[in-house]
Design a protein around this ligand. Structure first.
Ligand code: SF4
Length: 443
């Protein structure tokens, strides 16, 4: 008899990748995923603590499951991810109906942890850090979703940006062995995966301190038979190498998109954030990337209202947005995270200032994104079809090489296929296309 797991993921692609790993380990012990918490034997929230709001969401989501736990004692409720790592035992004390806290380095232990909870009725907080990279933490070729797969290549971060909890919740940076990664992707390709996304907190520092480099790994991945598209996330501007930028010029399978978080356009703020680059250094990297791949889409993260951010600092950010014309940005108000250097900085800004600046950034970005999308009408591109759309029959959605969502009416289900498309309409958040005979991988 199978058991059912309900899993909800909050936060970044790293968490997304961890959720897929959790599901792979659970599949091996006969768990099937369900969308219904009422049907579940195991409920897992894979959490994020990067912003205060994300953390609050977890507590309110947990509250929803309380009646289920008290209605049926056999249900196991677990919290994984960064909130789990940071709160540990305290989370068990705070939430009496919680059974299991799974830290970021403990995902691969899920089977034995569940056994202890169900057989010995223990309530467990497993939040130990393992400094060595252990291949048993990863599974081979089992977490693909059709034609696409996320592949974790490293964990942790050594950057200690002054606002960020990741080095505390995910530990020091450690890279997997390149041979293991290539073995995993080769196996995924044999199972029909054609697009892989290499995931890490700062993929550009992959292999630091060893003869391996991210560009070298990427080159090998691009050479794997059957892999047609390769993406990666996230990059740190200070670590992007010329070798990596050169790959954008010569490797068509490398998707024309980079997510390069800038956070602020002000040198003074960047310094207080401990980002390790200046505004000009960031702009120089953008210039090199665009020289290498003129159609590259560039997306970014921006924090508004960092402690001490003046009107002039904020103007610098807005000028940078105009200069770069990002394809999109993911912007948030600064929210102090306990234990970080920035949380204790003086000159914390009022909520209204942070929020008003956020509105300005987001409004301008919406306009730029729409302008860029409109400029693409009439172009030919290639789209990987991801599945049926929601609005019309025969409508499917997919993504361009640049990561734009495109909707298309297809004569039959082409999910998992790369199709040639002409862009015929553009909206703020998506494109519409129709099948084309012309092959092109632009935008
Ligand atoms: S690079 Fe900075 S913002 Fe990104 S995970 Fe590391 S510490 Fe956090």
């Amino acid at each position: 008899m199978p058991s059912y797991v309900f899993l909800e993921t909050f936060g970044c692609q790293m968490n997304d990748s961890d959720s897929k790993r959790l599901l792979s380990f659970l599949k091996n012990i006969n768990y099937i995923r369900t969308d219904s918490p009422e049907k579940a034997d195991l409920i897992i929230l894979n959490t994020c603590t990067i912003r205060e709001k994300a953390e609050h969401k977890v507590y309110s989501a947990l509250g929803k499951f309380k009646p289920l736990k008290y209605g049926s004692q056999h249900i196991i409720i677990a919290v994984a991810g960064c909130v789990a790592q940071q709160a540990g035992e305290a989370l068990l004390k705070k939430v009496p109906y919680l059974d299991l806290v799974i830290g970021t380095h403990n995902i691969h232990l899920i089977e034995q942890l569940l056994k202890r909870v169900s057989e010995k009725k223990e309530r467990i907080s497993a939040t130990g850090f393992f400094s060595e990279m252990n291949e048993a933490e990863y599974t081979v070729a089992s977490h693909a979703e059709g034609a696409r797969a996320l592949v974790s290549i490293m964990r942790g971060c050594d950057n200690f940006c002054s606002y960020c909890v990741v080095p505390f919740t995910r530990g020091r940076e450690a890279s997997r062995n390149p041979d293991d990664i290539l073995f995993e992707i080769t196996a995924l390709a044999k199972k029909g995966v054609i697009e892989v996304t290499l995931v890490g907190q700062n993929v550009n520092s992959f292999g630091r301190g060893t003869p391996n480099s991210f560009a070298g790994l990427l080159k090998s991945v691009l050479g794997i038979d059957g892999i047609e598209r390769v993406r990666f996330v996230t990059s740190h501007p200070k670590d992007i190498s010329r070798e990596l930028i050169a790959l954008f010029a010569g490797e068509g399978k490398l998707c024309a998109h980079i997510h390069l978080p800038v956070q602020s356009g002000s040198d003074a703020v960047l310094k207080r954030m401990k980002r390790g680059y200046t505004r000009q250094e960031y702009l120089d990297k953008i210039g090199l990337l665009r020289d290498a791949r003129p159609d590259i889409a560039i997306t970014t993260d921006i924090i508004t209202g960092f402690p001490g951010e003046t009107d002039a600092d904020f103007d610098d950010t807005m000028r940078l947005i105009e200069e770069v014309r990002f394809d999109n940005n993911f912007s948030f108000m600064y929210s102090p995270r306990p234990g970080t250097v920035a949380a204790s900085l003086e000159a914390q800004l009022p909520l209204e200032v942070k929020s008003q600046r956020l509105d300005v950034v987001q409004q301008r970005q919406r306009e730029i994104t729409e302008e860029i999308n409109l400029s693409l009408v009439g172009r030919h591109t290639q789209v990987l079809i991801e599945g049926p759309g929601k609005l019309q029959s025969f409508e499917y959605t997919g993504k361009t090489s640049c990561g734009r969502v495109l909707k298309i009416i297809l004569p039959f289900d082409m999910t998992g296929k790369l199709v040639d498309v002409e862009i015929i309409e553009a909206y703020r958040n998506s494109l519409r296309g129709e099948l084309s005979q012309r092959t092109s991988v632009c935008c």
